[in-house]
Design a protein around this ligand. Structure first.
Ligand code: SF4
Length: 437
């Protein structure tokens, strides 16, 4: 007799796709008669959805699993999902005492059966890839927050030499446009007003001849939806058609996250990024020309194997030339299983850290200057609710993705308002009283 009505506790680590997958896992198990709990002590099943993008992230989450085993009820089962599960597979059963199941990124439909086996003491592992699974027809969501993620494609064919993602997320496959539009429609009916379309490389979205630009236009037709964002783009295939759609379709927000990684063409080649510094600069110019007021943000890695002082200075000069609105910045760390792991890690740790500090200081100065230039202008903000830092203020994001706080009544939550920017800091815009738009 199948166990139903179990309490499931899910803990999520890593990227937006993992956030989305945890909701997918919850809806698959809910459609099998189980419910979610945020109380670890009450849980019958504990699932940790994991990230392997950096070694430190993996070590931390493995430690957390061992710790959780000690906190859970003795009769509850513990399972691991996500990219660490995908990368390490059955090795984890030996590594984590009391672990009952290991489920990879393409096997979430199997979870109800896997939990059933685990409950009767049979440990299970399902980490097959190549199934082309895109979870196109996931169970309908039963609740939604104001801002939701919606996966449009999975996997990546780019094989950047430092990146583990293609090995744990598989080759690119896109969902059907109809499945995506249905999901967005369901989320809007449940109260969502903004969706972020996500994928390891959304520009590679393909569905019966329709590309990502066409998908944006299709999603924009959903009644009641107010805003569309997307992440992440790869510079090699961000098309002029996409720039045109972002610049002309009102619901699509003017923010493009475009990881550059390095300002040196030699280092970009070693990273297998498929574009040169000059091509990236030209693309950034076309984006700014085609989308007035667009925010351009990026990712940067310093200390890649072989990176010379001169090549590092090229990254600094590119940051001064492009003046990004903001950036996620990292120093290189070896990822076992990637091609770059064979290059040797020859940039000393102290040099990596010094280079990282240099670009963080630079970006903080540039972001402050870019934000300060907005003082006196109006920002259109989707009110997300009271500010976490100051309950007397409201919080929301501008169309360009910037955090805005301003005075106002919490009853404005979910509304789009216009706010005059009065002052700014590196990370936040401070506004006056809102004007309803
Ligand atoms: S584009 Fe490169 S960095 Fe991004 S997920 Fe694919 S392989 Fe990784």
């Amino acid at each position: 007799m199948r166990d139903v009505g179990m309490k499931i506790y899910i803990e999520t680590y890593g990227c937006q796709m993992n956030e989305y997958d945890s909701r997918l896992i919850a809806s698959i198990l809910a459609s099998d008669g189980h419910g979610m709990t945020r109380d670890l002590g009450a849980a019958d099943v504990v699932i940790v959805n994991t990230c392997t993008v950096r070694e430190r992230a993996e070590i931390r989450v493995l430690g957390r699993l061992t710790h959780l085993r000690g906190l859970m009820r003795k009769d509850a089962v513990l399972g691991i999902a996500g990219c660490v599960a995908q990368r390490m597979g059955d090795r984890l059963l030996r590594k984590i005492p009391g672990l009952s199941f290991v489920v990879g990124t393409e096997q979430y439909w199997k979870l109800p059966d896997m939990i059933e086996s685990a409950r009767i003491g049979r440990a299970v592992v399902a980490v097959g890839t190549g199934s082309g699974e895109s979870y196109d027809r996931r169970p309908a969501p039963d609740e939604a927050s104001l801002c939701e993620f919606v996966s449009v494609m999975r996997g990546c064919n780019n094989y950047c030499s430092y990146c583990i993602v293609p090995y744990v997320r598989g080759r690119e496959r896109s969902r059907a446009t109809s499945g995506i539009v249905d999901e967005v429609t369901q989320l809007v009916a449940l109260g969502a007003r903004e969706v972020t379309l996500i994928g390891q490389n959304v520009n590679s979205f393909r569905d019966e001849g329709r590309g990502f630009a066409g998908l944006l236009s299709a999603v924009a037709k959903v009644e009641g939806l107010q805003r569309i964002r997307f992440a992440t783009s790869h510079p090699k295939d961000l098309s002029d058609e996409l720039i045109e759609v972002i610049g002309s379709v009102a619901k699509v927000c003017e923010h493009v996250h475009l990881p550059v990684q390095s300002g040196s063409t030699e280092v970009l080649a070693a990273m297998n990024r498929s574009y040169t510094r000059e091509q990236y600069v030209a693309l950034a110019g076309r984006i700014r020309e085609g989308i007035p007021g667009v925010a351009l943000t990026t990712d940067i890695i310093v200390g890649f194997p072989g990176e010379t002082d001169e090549q590092f200075r090229e990254t600094v000069s590119l940051m001064n030339e492009i003046r990004f609105d903001s950036a996620f910045m990292f120093h290189y760390s070896v990822r076992e299983g990637t091609r770059a792991a064979e290059f040797g890690d020859d940039v000393p740790k102290e040099v990596k850290i010094a280079r990282l500090e240099t670009i963080i200081d630079l970006q903080k100065r540039v972001t402050s200057e870019v934000n300060a230039a907005l003082i006196g202008s109006n920002a259109e903000v989707l009110v997300e609710g009271p500010s976490h830092r100051n309950e007397d203020l409201l919080f929301g994001r501008s169309r360009t993705g910037k955090a805005v706080v301003f005075p106002g009544d919490a009853g404005l939550t979910g509304r789009v308002v216009n706010v005059e920017i009065r002052s700014t800091s590196a990370w936040t815009l401070h506004g006056g009283n809102p004007l309803l738009s």
